[in-house]
Design a protein around this ligand. Structure first.
Ligand code: SF4
Length: 223
């Protein structure tokens, strides 16, 4: 069994609630979506076996990082490999952080007992022209009881309030304590940040923890 991996590197987490945490990043190749703001569409990949990828992870772990970010693309596309690989990671006492677009719930169920933290997206329809409300709600329900969980929504200059309100209602109906990160679209930093500031009160009226966090790795010039 092999996985298609497009990048493997050590850096500082620049998104979500674990921002600032040194991590080993493993970028799985391929995605089931095509978001307008996507900044991770690599064209090439290398194939790794579980033991080969584990070896590379441990080499990068020499920096001392204990968190491994499983990211993409959409890593849950390769869930069979992830099942075996995350078992190895847990055996070696790594913490596993899953960054996902929050749609493939049946694939999540195969591996979720080996995941320590999840950052799931809710994709607003204006990001890619499709609605995934039902899928996002099911995904969020599947991981609602974990301690480390956050939802991320990318906000652009023309993101619609009605869509953000719907995302907030979904989170609120599952668990209003789940943190929500509004992430300004980095292609339009000023106007997207203004939109986030406009949306923040309506989200904060229903949810306990709403933050505006830009992609910090881009601000500090790391991968
Ligand atoms: S889900 Fe993520 S990786 Fe996939 S197209 Fe959207 S932004 Fe890119």
């Amino acid at each position: 069994m092999k996985a298609r991996i497009s990048e493997l590197f050590f850096s500082i987490q620049g998104e979500g609630l674990l921002v600032g945490t040194p991590q080993i990043f493993i970028r799985f190749f391929g995605c089931n979506l095509n978001c307008s703001y996507c900044d991770t569409r690599p064209r090439s990949f290398r194939c790794y076996s579980v033991s080969g990828l584990m070896g590379q992870t441990e080499r990068l772990g020499a920096h001392g990082a204990r968190w491994v970010s499983i990211t993409g693309g959409e890593p849950l596309i390769q869930s069979e490999f992830l099942g075996a690989f995350t078992s190895e990671l847990k055996a070696k006492k790594y913490f596993v952080y899953l960054e996902t677009n929050g749609i493939l719930v049946s694939n999540l169920r195969k591996i979720q007992d080996r995941i320590d933290a999840i950052a799931m997206d809710i994709k607003l329809p204006d990001a890619g022209g499709h609605e995934f409300w039902k899928e996002h709600a099911a995904f969020l329900r599947a991981c609602r009881n974990r301690k480390r969980l956050c939802v991320k929504v990318v906000i652009g200059p023309s993101s619609r309030e009605e869509y953000l309100s719907k995302a907030v209602r979904i989170i609120s109906s599952v668990d209003p304590r789940v943190p929500l990160v509004l992430q300004p679209d980095s292609r339009f930093p000023g106007s997207s940040l203004r939109r986030c500031l406009r949306f923040w009160p309506l989200a904060a009226a229903e949810l306990e923890d709403v933050r505006i966090i830009p992609q910090v790795h881009k601000l500090i010039g790391v991968r």
